[in-house]
Design a protein around this ligand. Sequence first.
Ligand SMILES: CC(C)(COP(=O)(O)OP(=O)(O)OC[C@H]1O[C@@H](n2cnc3c(N)ncnc32)[C@H](O)[C@@H]1OP(=O)(O)O)[C@@H](O)C(=O)NCCC(=O)NCCS
Length: 144
Amino acid sequence: MNIRKAELKDANLIADLEAKCLKNPWPLSQIEYEISSNPCAITIIAEKDGELLGYLDYLITFDSSSICRIAVYHEHRNKGIASSLLEEMDKNLKENSVSWSTLEVRTSNGNAINLYKKRGYELITTKKAYYDDGEDALYMVRCY
Ligand SMILES: CC(C)(COP(=O)(O)OP(=O)(O)OC[C@H]1O[C@@H](n2cnc3c(N)ncnc32)[C@H](O)[C@@H]1OP(=O)(O)O)[C@@H](O)C(=O)NCCC(=O)NCCS
């Protein structure tokens, strides 16, 4: 498996991954913006033999960071792909002297919550009705 920065040519594949894995998937235009124009965004992908397996999009603003999107195709889950993407992010955050990383996750998303806890994220608070459909979000933080 190879992890690398996403390029514009990857945007269509990432849009497919978003559509299959995430509620309220980002449109292609948002993915293209993250890859090519958003000065704070870093988008990385995990691939094998040219096949997209998963992706991670996060922001760095001064000494803080936030995870925007993470997704792995269903058939490739529980093989450590998301963990590898987060490890790659960790390396970059340390190189950039980032102090903490934050995220929001649906209270119903047990898989993702387990993943984040294992990676050192702690629950700070619950954001009530954070999502469009009224679901609450857990707000989690990891200090570096
Ligand atoms: C959350 C997600 C990215 C995890 O990807 P993954 O590649 O399967 O994660 P990993 O294989 O690195 O798993 C790491 C840990 O996550 C937890 N986990 C992942 N899948 C799990 C499952 N099906 N059941 C229970 N725990 C699970 C476990 O703690 C696991 O550690 P372990 O297997 O070493 O015990 C993936 O399930 C996904 O794409 N979900 C849909 C999109 C999504 O919800 N994104 C998060 C939005 S906040």
